[in-house]
Design a protein around this ligand. Structure first.
Ligand code: B3K
Ligand code: ZN
Length: 868
């Protein structure tokens, strides 16, 4: 490395030396040379006549102060230092940038034929020199000038206030955003689009124009995004009493985007994956993903934009809270149980894995080298669990009071996580002193629970011990405040009233000490406990359930989540046992009673099909890997496969009957219809392993009238390595080769292909006309799926998988470090594998470390992993 990147620490926060009240931007757009004129109204705050502005990859053309050319400045590698300034002044900075060469997709860049921006977290500095930090809020006015024929639409934040034409076939549009905002919420788009228009009237009567911009020809794929937007606006009014605050809300879909979407004020920019859908191109999961992401970005308008973050260490202030809000939105619109199950799978799988990796960090990190590395499952998903725990502790009414107070205090400002917790605490009267530790302590706590029934005294006690293992950068751990939701059942399945010291107690216990004993009175028979209901805290639960108890809970627990959880614990027991068996050279076995329990769920007509589908879905390889200190890649894969085959064979008749009974002629995206398809396709995934599996899959593929069933057939063929796989893959590619977004599903299947020649096929797929390593979606689907969801082939003992990953990472390091940095995660966990694999992975990490142009993104992760 040329010079070692420096870390920033949360404790070093300093308020800005200057404020900027207004920023007037003019963009003269050209592919290779865009001229940016930035006029700022600046006021000195601290005792300093020097102003430091961040800048990255920008060429300074001129500086003037109060109308005079200014020569008192120094250009540093990542900043501009302007000296001897008056206390209040107008600053004009002109910079030149090259959007076409911007393959990092941060700042101003070209996506297909359009110009677009991505500024969060620190991309605005790639547009002009500026105080690129979230606590500097200014009113933006933006003028965009471009060729009229090529770029008929010129968009930016706020309201369109003026427009005109200039010589040479160019035109301009001027936008004004009345809400002061930090630079990371700035956006600009110029291009030619089809536009889907609608309108929404807020509950106080404000008319809002809604516009969704998509590539020409894609209008028939935009309507679900529009419906989702309108639903989001309505839901936020009803559940949170929050209304939209501008006259226009625009969403632009682009094909080249590093993540899902971006909540720029009034002008969201989206990865086209989260906008475009019709039944021929999108699966049910895509539809639900669009609803969730449209909601998420819309909800940011209040939690993120109206109240933003003081500094980037506070990211979870807006992300954890907004994820919580989008989860609630999806749960209110669809099935709460199924949504909760999905979210819990994410925490128990990838989030727990992140917590156990060298990148482990608290939801409010203390130390950062590259901020983009902290848009993580921990900050987002665990952050949302922390908000959810507060919701559990305060109840909906108390929580909403807290939200009101939070907005009263902080609207229009940049706030901290502490501000949020303080508002929650003061509005509700609930003491959150110890609870705050969730913000600073990293790692996954374990709750070890033991029970004891005293028949004579009719008491039942639960002994709860909590502990958190040391993490990479935090050795000492303290006891957390853990809301522990429980219920006790009698043998007949009746809930037992919880009583302590003669009084009825709430079913959410406050676990606050290393070890605590809860004694319940008047318990007249040996109860069966349902523990950590609703996954009331992001912890690992350890309790020695017998098979019978779990089977009992699968049937009798009053809430669906608890039933599902019991089914997963039961599967988990046998996954562990069978991994032991395989390691000792024995075979995989599953007792009849366990198979019967799953048969019972499959045949239970009172259960929602979507829920049954979740019960029948085994945890994936990654989640199971997380249960072990040393991961036995092949044993886990064998057990998961064999257990699936065993269930498939034993339940063949029931699976087949269910499969056939759930056929729908019409495709609709109503939740009930989605649920039926989900269960039917889960059945197919089992049946694919049985006799006639191939014929059944081919039949479904050929008769499918929607992408969900098409992809389900292909996935089943892929996972079970059916003879029809090749034909189906070829047919799909012939049909969709012109459409990258649709081809992503095909690339993902190539990435996940369990065949021993998967890597060769992946290399061939990279030559497919729809593939490009420059496009993050393509890269994530093909390469990302291989690294993340093809454990056996990626971890092949030959080391070929690792070498391939190394090559790709070295290439992406120069073209798009953010994508590289996401892709590298599986390699960081190398210490969990056997010595031979560790050594092979380490070689690749060392090679990266030795690169002299290693980007900060990879530098931070590689060094952490190697020192861990
Ligand atoms: N706030 C953006 C994420 C920005 C990521 C920067 N690397 C999208 C979201 O969370 O809504
Ligand atoms: Zn977000």
């Amino acid at each position: 490395m040329a010079h070692t990147p420096q870390a920033k620490y949360r404790k070093d926060y300093q308020s800005p030396s200057h404020t900027i009240s207004d920023l007037d931007l003019t963009f003269d757009l050209h592919d290779k040379a865009t001229l940016v004129t930035a006029v700022s109204q600046v006021k000195q705050q601290l005792d300093s006549t020097t102003l430091n502005l961040e800048g990255d990859n920008v060429e300074l053309k001129s500086i003037s102060v109060n109308g005079e050319e200014w020569s008192d400045y120094t250009i540093h590698p990542a900043s501009l230092e302007i000296a001897n300034l008056p206390s209040e002044f107008e600053l004009v900075i002109v910079t030149l940038i090259d959007p076409e060469a911007n393959s990092a997709l941060e700042g101003l860049y070209k996506s297909g034929g359009a110009f677009c921006t991505q500024c969060e977290a620190e991309g605005f500095r790639r547009i002009t020199y500026y105080m690129d930090r979230p606590d500097v809020l200014a009113k933006f006015t933006t003028t965009v000038i471009a060729d009229k024929a090529q770029y008929p639409f010129l968009l930016s934040n706020g309201n369109r206030v003026d427009e005109g034409e200039v010589e040479g076939g160019r035109h301009w549009v001027k936008w004004q955003d009345p809400h002061p905002k930090p630079a990371y919420l700035f956006a600009l788009v110029a291009g030619d689009f089809d536009v889907l228009r609608d309108k929404y009237t807020t509950k106080s009567g404000r008319d809002v124009a809604l516009e969704i911009f998509v590539d020409k020809g894609n209008l028939d794929r935009a309507s679900h995004a529009m419906v989702s937007l309108i639903n989001s606006m309505k839901w936020d009014e009803e559940r949170f009493d929050l209304e939209y605050d501008l006259d226009i809300y625009m969403i632009v879909a682009v094909d080249f985007f590093n993540m899902g979407a971006m909540e720029n004020k009034g002008l969201n920019i989206f990865n086209s994956k989260f906008v475009l859908a019709n039944n021929q191109t999108a699966t049910d999961a895509d539809y639900l993903g669009i609803e969730a992401v449209i909601g998420h970005e819309y909800f940011h308008n209040w939690t993120g934009n109206r109240v933003t973050c003081r500094d980037w260490f506070q990211l979870s202030l807006k992300e954890g809270l907004t994820v919580f809000r989008d989860q609630e939105f999806s749960s209110d619109l669809g099935s709460r149980a199924v949504n909760r199950i999905g979210n819990v799978r994410t925490i128990r799988g990838p989030q727990f894995a992140e917590d156990a990796s060298p990148m482990s960090h608290p939801i409010r990190p203390e130390k950062v080298i590259e901020m983009n590395n902290f848009y993580t499952l921990t900050v987002y998903e665990k952050g949302s669990e922390v908000i959810r725990m507060m919701h559990t502790l305060l109840g909906e009414v108390g929580f909403q009071k807290g939200m009101k107070l939070y907005f009263e205090r902080h609207d229009g400002t940049a706030a901290t996580c502490e501000d949020f917790v303080a508002a929650m605490e003061q509005a509700s009267g609930v003491d959150l002193t110890q609870f705050r530790l969730w913000y600073s302590q990293s790692g996954t706590p374990t709750l070890r629970v033991e029970s004891d029934y005293d028949a004579e005294n009719k008491t039942y006690s639960l002994t709860v011990e909590q502990s958190t293992e040391a993490t990479h950068e935090q050795k000492e751990k303290q006891a957390l405040h853990i809301p522990f939701d429980i219920e006790l059942y009698s043998a007949s399945g009746e809930p037992i009233t919880l009583q302590c010291n003669g009084e009825k107690v709430h079913n959410v216990l406050d676990v606050k000490q290393d070890k605590q004993i809860f004694v319940f009175e008047n318990v007249t028979e040996q109860p069966i406990p349902s523990l950590l209901r609703e996954f009331s805290a992001p912890v690992k639960l350890e309790y020695d359930y017998s098979d019978d108890e779990l089977i009992f809970l699968m049937v009798n627990a009053r809430n669906e989540f608890a039933r599902w959880d019991a089914s997963q614990m039961l599967l988990g027991k046998y996954i562990r046992t069978n991994i032991d068996n395989i390691q000792q050279g024995k075979g995989v076995e599953l007792p009849e009673s366990v198979i019967d329990a799953f048969r019972g769920v499959l045949l239970n007509e009172e259960l929602e099909p979507a829920f049954i589908s979740e019960v029948l879905s085994l945890p994936n390889h990654n989640e199971v890997s997380g249960w072990f200190k040393q991961v036995d890649v092949d044993a886990i894969a064998t057990v998961l496969k064999e257990m699936k085959v065993t269930l498939a064979q034993n339940l063949n008749d029931e699976l087949s009957a269910t499969y056939h009974s759930l056929k729908q002629d019409e495709y609709t995206i109503e939740h009930a219809a989605i649920g039926k398809r989900s269960l039917r396709n889960t059945c197919l995934a089992f049946l694919a392993n049985n006799e006639n599996g191939d014929a059944l899959v081919v039949e479904q593929y050929n008769s499918s009238n929607n992408m969900t069933d098409t992809i389900a057939a292909m996935s089943a063929a892929n996972a079970a390595q059916l003879p029809c796989r090749e034909t189906l893959m070829q047919d799909y590619s012939d049909k969709w080769k012109h459409d990258g977004l649709v081809m992503d599903k095909w690339f993902a299947l190539q990435g996940m292909n369990p065949a021993s020649n998967a890597l060769d096929n992946i290399k061939v797929s990279m030559e497919h006309s729809a593939f490009s390593l420059k496009n993050p979606n393509r890269t994530r689907n093909l390469i990302g799926s291989f690294l993340n969801f093809n454990a056996v082939q990626f971890h092949a003992k030959s080391g070929e998988g690792y070498q391939f990953a190394g090559e790709i990472l070295r290439e992406l390091n120069s073209s798009n470090p953010q994508v590289a940095s996401r892709l590298i995660d599986p390699l960081l966990k190398y210490r969990r594998y056997d010595q031979q694999r560790q050594d092979l992975i380490k070689v690749e990490l060392e090679k990266l470390k030795a690169m002299d142009n290693l980007a900060k993104d990879l530098f931070e992760k590689v060094t952490k992993a190697l020192e861990a």
